[in-house]
Design a protein around this ligand. Structure first.
Ligand SMILES: [Zn+2]
Length: 345
């Protein structure tokens, strides 16, 4: 079946399966949901189902026989997967032209390229499929250019926009798309998926919980690196508890330049304080994200006041917001750790 590889998204799969079965395929879809839950995987599976001569639905409800086709195993599907099928295009955010670093954005040139290719007839199959990953990262002028294609969609063209929140795109664009919602996976589904990718049960459960039902995020990182980062995050907390301001400025100096790492650390602290709150409330250890550190959490929670834990969560949240508003990672970290140091003093 077309969506066999998609886990934990029954509503989305149902909508798309019915579109394929009836041949009533929308010109544009918005796949909306958090990263790491299978939006792109589903979009590619949908593209294969539309482009593969063995399964393709034709306008009017006719369809290919489907015999001999295992999703993803035939030459057409493999070319879609590799991004070399002439009727398929995947657009993702890129750095500024001529640079390898810099802000990743969907640039107007890419949208123009999409428009040009959409205007052509399908080269091989019955459809042309365009996926725009991270569509919320369009530059200011890109949605406007895009709107023309959406308002007068070329025949047999399917455009799939992938985004986290509907607010990332202007309503004028979104109103021309069929919105398909994607949800975080249930813990057991995420654990099974991670185990199927070769993780042992303990690591799979830890990362399924830490990624909060977004196994794609867990797969995108090396489990060992994740565990190392947690050790670093906890050792910083211990340092700040012991040495106060000296430790705050030492870590600001050491870590203050890397925004991505800072986001990950803040998320780690956030989840740790969340667990402290659970432990303080006497919650079932099975609801802890860092379940492998339950004893330490229980001790730490007992030694802290409610105010200290709730204040820690607030400090994490505000640090996260500061980073999103482009405050420097160093200042963000120093303010946050100072607040935590005051709380533990
Ligand atoms: Zn195929």
């Amino acid at each position: 079946m077309a969506f066999d590889a998609v886990r934990g998204q029954p509503a989305a799969v149902d909508v798309l399966t019915r579109a394929l079965a009836s041949g009533r395929v929308a010109h544009a879809y918005a796949f909306v949901g958090p990263p790491g839950v299978g939006r792109k995987l589903t979009a590619k599976a949908f593209a294969k189902a539309l482009l593969c001569p063995l399964t393709l639905p034709l306008p009017g409800g006719e369809r290919g026989s489907g015999t001999g086709h295992e999703a993803g195993s035939c030459p057409t599907c493999r070319r879609v997967e590799a991004g070399i099928h002439p009727d398929y295009m995947l657009i993702a955010p890129t750095p500024p032209e001529g640079k390898t670093s810099g802000t990743l954005l969907i640039r107007i040139e890419a949208i123009r390229q999409l428009e040009q290719r959409a205007a052509l007839c399908p080269a091989e199959g019955a459809w042309k499929v365009f996926i725009v990953d991270d569509a919320g990262r369009m530059t200011a002028e890109a949605p406007q250019a895009f709107l023309k294609t959406l308002e007068e969609p070329p025949a047999r063209t399917v455009i799939i926009l992938i985004l986290a929140h509907t607010r990332e795109l202007p309503a004028t664009v979104l109103s021309r798309c069929q919105v398909v919602r994607f949800m975080p996976l249930h813990e057991e589904e995420a654990v099974a998926l991670l185990e199927a990718r070769g993780m042992d049960e303990g690591t799979a459960r830890l990362l399924a919980r830490a990624s909060q039902g977004r196994p794609g995020l867990a797969l995108a990182q090396d489990p060992a690196a994740w565990l190392e980062r947690r050790e670093l995050a906890l050792s910083i907390l211990a340092d700040v508890g012991a040495d106060g301001a000296t430790a705050v400025f030492k870590w600001g100096e050491t870590l203050g330049r890397d925004r991505a790492q800072m986001e990950q650390l803040i998320e780690t602290w956030w989840l740790w304080y969340r667990d402290l709150l659970c432990a303080k409330a006497g919650g079932d250890p099975r609801v802890l994200i860092h379940g492998d550190r339950a004893a330490e959490l229980t001790r730490d929670a007992a030694a802290r006041s409610w105010d200290s834990i709730v204040g820690g969560l607030a400090a994490c949240r505000e640090a996260w917001q500061a980073l999103q508003r482009n405050v420097t990672p160093r200042l963000t970290l120093e303010v946050m750790l100072s607040r935590l140091a005051l709380r533990t003093a």
